[in-house]
Design a protein around this ligand. Structure first.
Ligand SMILES: [Zn+2]
Length: 255
């Protein structure tokens, strides 16, 4: 693809990404803008062009990857769909992290598939396009970390609790330990993070420290009830934010 077209498409995607981030939390993104002319500030922020080195996306702390969407429901249990819970908890995590002062982006703010937005990869597979879109966004924006939010399932209904899956690098492993340690007490579990296998496309293709956060099992009655309650979703979001804080301070100490 010619470079110009590619750049334009990159800009278009970054625009969508910013819009997604802003639409999720209009109250927090409105902070600091003049109440008299919110629209003009908004426009000057977005126009004339959005670039990957724009200050607003040059220092992203956390990119939240909201698992599945659109025709891809993820794990299903009766009428409970993984994609809906992923989004509900991702939005709460987004708000929690922003309130705590982090720069956060969300790559999906509604119920749609990211494959339809994929502008990089000409693959016939919708699933591969969807996953490629997620890792390419991360590689373009270069956040300090990518958290991919998902819900687990198992044949054995007794299996429960959070599980963090990490890449084969030390930073991703440290991030996974911080998140697992923060989440375990909420579920009363003692799981340990696991290293990714070959099937984890997003972990293999994302160049920044990335983890998959499995926030419990939809096949377990206790986890299922917990994952659908608003107050518990906020608690999970707070624990994820705690893990992010722990990891960030650990990184600063090591520098
Ligand atoms: Zn999933």
């Amino acid at each position: 693809m010619p470079l110009n077209r590619r750049l334009m498409k990159t800009k278009a995607v970054l625009f969508l990404l910013l819009m997604a981030g802003m639409l999720v939390s209009p109250t927090s993104s409105a902070q600091g803008r003049s109440a008299a002319s919110p629209d003009s500030d908004f426009e000057s922020f977005l126009l004339p062009e959005i670039r990957a080195d724009h200050p607003a996306i040059a220092n992203v702390d956390v990119l939240l990857d909201v698992g599945h969407g659109g025709i891809d429901s993820g794990t299903v249990y009766g009428d409970v769909l993984e994609k809906d819970i992923n989004l509900a908890i991702a939005q709460k995590t987004y708000e929690t992290l922003r309130k705590r002062g982090y720069c956060v982006l969300l790559n999906r703010s509604g119920d749609y598939a990211l494959s339809s937005e994929n502008l990089w990869l000409r693959s016939r597979s919708r699933h591969v396009k969807d996953l490629a879109q997620r890792s390419h966004l991360a590689n373009e924006v270069k956040p300090k970390m990518l958290l991919s939010l998902h819900i687990n399932s198992a044949r054995r209904s007794g299996k429960r609790g959070p599980l963090i899956i990490h890449q084969k690098n030390e930073q991703s492993k440290q991030l996974a330990i911080a998140l697992q340690t923060a989440l375990n007490p909420l579920y009363g579990t003692t799981e340990e993070p696991v290293m990714m296998g070959k099937k984890y496309y997003i972990l293999r293709h994302t160049k920044v420290p990335a983890v998959i956060v499995e926030m419990g099992f939809l096949t377990n009655a206790q986890d299922r009830a917990m994952l659908q309650k608003q107050d518990m979703q906020w608690s999970i979001a707070a624990k994820i934010a705690d893990g992010v804080k722990q990891y960030m301070s650990q990184q600063q100490q090591q520098q």
